[in-house]
Design a protein around this ligand. Structure first.
Ligand code: PPS
Length: 297
């Protein structure tokens, strides 16, 4: 029988990270309920043709894209807050959401609903360069309660570079997407890079609209841009998102610490040259067989 292993790793400075390991996948402590039930419930979730599942490795722009997609799907520009995540919301909440549903997840692709793997519903995947993800993740976890991280950025990087991190590691997540055509050829997916979205927003929003196959013209896309800018979303989040049920036990002041800087290249203020070199070496080895052109600044 598959067991849920509770793992608690500690570095030489005494910083700890604990997670659950189940069927080779790692889960942070604040996922909803028991990971065995979570995995089983996700696999059998009944999907609908008009479902949109937003996949991101954490800190890659989930909130940003959730609000963009919500505007496209609903046809209005209301702020939509934080998504309902497969792993943080109760499954009956997801099951009972009215159509068209927009759901988010950081779960590994193998744990996606079987229906999604078989092409029922669409998946939007956002990828962000791993150095900015590392900084964003560190700042986020340093501000959380219970699942927080109390060590230095250097000690965090050592955890981040391990095979097993929360929801797996960044390069493992990316590999799943680069290989997706072979693993799940029926899945309908669209991958967008955070950096492209940030630098060339309008053309990339048009690509999103094409993928969703919904009628939204250029003026609509421009209004989406006006309503999903970093400062606008940060203001909405801080005034309207208190006490989100999914995260009420792990946030310090009722607000998830999401909107920090929203920039490309902030990692340069955090990484030392030695950390950056180590990072580049590890990533080059692990992603050697892929032809990647990530944008870091
Ligand atoms: S989470 O917790 O995994 O759901 O976080 P996630 O939403 O994926 O990522 C948070 C980072 O996304 C940045 N962000 C934005 N960047 C640009 N434009 C907009 N509108 C925007 N909204 C959110 C957010 O600031 C976090 O990145 P950092 O680098 O920490 O600022």
């Amino acid at each position: 029988m598959d067991v849920i292993e509770k793992v608690d790793i500690r570095d030489e400075e005494g910083n700890t990270m604990d997670y659950s390991l189940y069927k080779g996948c790692s889960f942070p402590p604040h996922v909803v309920g028991n990971v065995r039930d979570l995995v089983a419930n996700c696999a059998k979730l009944k999907c609908r043709q008009d479902d949109v599942l937003l996949y991101t490795y954490p800190k890659s722009g989930t909130h940003w894209m959730h609000n963009i997609l919500n505007m496209f799907i609903t046809g209005n520009f209301a702020y939509a807050g934080t998504a309902s995540y497969l792993e943080f919301a109760k499954i009956d909440v997801i099951d009972n959401m009215p159509s068209p549903r927009l759901i988010a997840t950081h779960l590994e692709v193998d744990l996606f609903p079987d229906d999604i793997k078989n092409g029922i519903g669409k998946v939007v995947n956002i990828v962000r360069n791993p150095k900015d993800v590392a900084v964003s993740y560190y700042c986020f976890l340093s501000s959380m309660k219970g699942v927080g991280f109390t060590g230095t950025f250097d000690s965090f990087l050592r955890f981040y570079l391990k095979e097993e991190f929360f929801f797996g590691n960044w390069y493992g997540a990316l590999k799943q997407w680069l290989d997706i055509g072979k693993t799940y050829p029926k899945m309908k997916i669209f991958t967008l890079y955070y950096e492209d979205l940030k630098r060339n927003t309008l053309p990339n929003l048009k690509r999103v609209v094409n993928f969703l196959e919904i009628p939204r013209d250029e003026d609509f896309c421009k209004s989406v841009i006006d309503n999903t800018g970093f400062a606008t979303m940060k203001r909405h989040h801080e005034t309207e998102s208190k006490h989100n049920e999914q995260f009420k036990d792990v946030v310090k002041d009722g607000v998830l610490p999401i909107y920090r800087k929203g920039e490309i290249g902030d990692w340069k203020r955090w990484f030392t040259p030695a950390q950056s070199e180590l990072f580049d070496r590890v990533y080059k080895e692990r992603l050697a067989k892929y032809d990647l052109d990530l944008v870091y600044e």
